[in-house]
Design a protein around this ligand. Sequence first.
Ligand code: C2O
Ligand code: CU
Ligand code: CU
Length: 515
Amino acid sequence: MKKVARIVLIFLGVILFLVGGIVVYRKLQPAAFINQSIRFQNKLNIPSILMPRIVNGEKVFDLSVNEKETEIIPGTTTRTLGYNGSILGPTLRINNGDNVRIRVTNNLHEDTTVHWHGMLLPAKMDGGPHQTITTGSTWEPYWTVKNEAGTLWYHPHTLEKTGEQVYQGLAGLILIDDKNSESLSLPKKYGEDDIPLIVQDKKFDAHAQFIYDHSHMIPVTTGFLGDTILVNGTYAPYVQVPAKLVRFRILNGSNARRYNFGFSDSRTFTQIASDGGFLQTGVERTRLQLSPGERAEIIVDLSGQTETLTLLSYPVIGDTNIVRSFALSALAGGSDEYQEFKILELRPQSGNFAKSEIPHVLNTILYLQERDAVKTREFDLDSASINKKKMDSSRADEIVRKGDIEIWHVSNDSPMYHPFHIHGIQFQVLSRNDQKPALYEQGWKDTITVNPGDSVKLIMQFMEDSDPTNPFMYHCHILEHEDMGMMGQFVVVDKDVREEDIKINSSNMGQGMMH
Ligand code: C2O
Ligand code: CU
Ligand code: CU
């Protein structure tokens, strides 16, 4: 008995010593974030909107993937990757019902893929790890837009290289419009009162080059965490906004970092959309926490505002065991997720603006019913695996029948959070820890934060084209976890397809990617 007590005491002592050491260490260090000590005086870059060509009734978009240089920190240049331009990519703006075709040419010295995150489309158009675009070649996916109005995004999904390629600059937005979004009276002047914000963290070396250091060696890793926040690729940004209702479409495009967004005066704002479209009605909030891959649209009322306001990230919440999470996270370099730091400065411009209000009804969401689900699947998240399995590109982890409504029950027994993402569908949250989800989680989503100890029940209907050879992915959207194999594959096939006829074609994976 005494022995046990002694061991426990020693153990507690070690923990206290570690945590104490980290706290002291951090106090001795100057501010971890470069952003905190500088003035925000760079004009926020707004990604341009890519104009399509109309060919045979299709909207054809041309994207090229390039290695270039970008002036991020004024007076220096950083080697970056970009779609068309030198960093990030143009915004694709499409309508529900459009026939789109995208010609993606890979000018990189390595393979890549382009994934349309959140899009409802056939697996072979999805741009997952199986749709490799080899160096110098062009990939040409096409589909009819089934998604409702919302803010989606595109990014590489190259096997084991997603983190690196996204980090070097590859990501862009997709804005979908439909009859509903057109009829709603909401701010919708792109870049003026409807402003996209792609929020990412980076680390620079002394020569202003990106550093991508994270360890594949430690079994428990937070993933890459940078010390400098960029918004739309802009360092220390400000934006001029009209002193009226202003809409922000926020994408957490970071590899691993969470943000707990809020304004410097902690004012209330209204969340109007989640990942896959408008909420039924706006939800008033003072904080908005987003994990990598998640999007939200918010409206902030700046009527009569003359003073500068700052968009901040407040300390993140949701880690059930704060001491454990803090210690773990600090050891992995991530304790700054519990700090407060600046994201973007808003400079309101007065003018003659008509008084406007956010419409009460934003959307009509048909809720899928638990009793209609034909199957429940369990997904247990570990520190870097799902159901104790690592990604295997030739294995169909799950076989789903087209048209079925299913419940995916995702639980996290690991000491850290994981954002769980599913391709090819938008889902609804049935429950979080057996409770009805918060109002802001009652809309369409494709990525969901699963905190340590959490269990979430998701419901979805699989309507995409069946394909016994091309799988869809589900994975953790901490890109380092994804690259470490925290990813699985599912096929959606017609009812009459026999299991033995399902053969995933893994020869379509890039060369040099297979080990
Ligand atoms: Cu945004 Cu499979 O990813
Ligand atoms: Cu995706
Ligand atoms: Cu993860």
